[in-house]
Design a protein around this ligand. Structure first.
Ligand SMILES: [Zn+2]
Length: 99
């Protein structure tokens, strides 16, 4: 009886299924859920205040989407109310209206 492989993810102790005859690197995780992805699944909506000399007073808010280290600015030079409203809409679209 060969020693059973256990999932490489911390806290997961499931056996890793072996596929006889399969070519390439043997799997080290029990399932796709345990395989670390390069990017987190969740997208965060961030509201930030810019500062700088060329920022118009009262229009210094930006809204951006962040996923891991990747970000995209979806609104800038916004007033605070517009930025908050946009962030709320985005969170609703993303199914994340916790805040
Ligand atoms: Zn696992």
């Amino acid at each position: 009886m060969s020693p059973e492989h256990r999932c490489a993810r911390d806290g997961c102790n499931n056996p890793v299924p072996t596929t006889p005859g399969r070519r390439g690197r043997p799997p080290i995780y029990c399932s796709a859920n345990c395989r670390p992805s390069r990017l987190p699944r969740t997208v965060a909506v961030e509201v930030d205040r810019q500062d700088g000399d060329d920022v118009e007073a009262g229009r210094e808010w930006t809204v951006q989407l962040r996923r891991g280290t990747q970000t995209v600015v979806v609104g800038h030079d916004l007033g605070r109310f517009s930025a908050t409203a946009l962030a709320t809409d985005l969170r609703r679209v993303l199914g994340d209206d916790r805040s």
